[in-house]
Design a protein around this ligand. Sequence first.
Ligand code: SF4
Ligand code: SF4
Length: 217
Amino acid sequence: MIITVQKNFSDLLMQTTDKDKIFIVGCAGCATKCNTGSEAAILEIEENFKQNNRIVSGFAVLDTACDIRVAKKELIKNNNFSEATIILALTCGAGIQAIEKITDLKIIAGLDGLFVGTTERIGVYNQYCSTCGQCIVDKTAGICPVTRCSKGLINGPCGGFVNGKCEVDQEKDCAWVLIYEKLKKTNSVNIIKDTYLPPRNIVKPKNIIYKKKDIKQ
Ligand code: SF4
Ligand code: SF4
């Protein structure tokens, strides 16, 4: 999921005036799991706004804010949204840009999007994938060296690890030691011994348009 953190409230406050009617949009997807755009997070920010003489006209937690169809369906019919003079989006950047499609009002970005994360437990998220566009983890025991090796080596290791820790960051496990240990469990270390992974073509498309017949629902 997209890992987000909230911006400083004082930065959000500065972008509003006591004449504004602020409508807050959250997201029931990733931002709720991160508790940055959940209903609870919205209520807390709403309270902070009120204590600073700001008017919050209403809020909505969209099912998936990054889906323009959802944003349209859930916001257009909301009277408080229609009356708003400014929007605060507690969503990732993809969500903001879905909301932007349906309003000309100023939108304040309330969150910073950090990375695509894997959840260890609530509140602990790790970046294990950089969405590089050409996945190779089937050759590396399901562990991504592009993201988890400090040097992004796809034919590692670099030889600098000490006691299984990365030479660049001693707090971090060497991704290639993890890969090796995992492959050992299935007697498959020859995969990395015998396989040279060629440089990847990481030029990625900026959009995808499937033909209707290719979409299975
Ligand atoms: S190789 Fe790594 S960064 Fe690329 S898509 Fe696979 S998991 Fe993500
Ligand atoms: S020690 Fe391991 S994780 Fe660190 S840079 Fe070298 S190969 Fe990559």
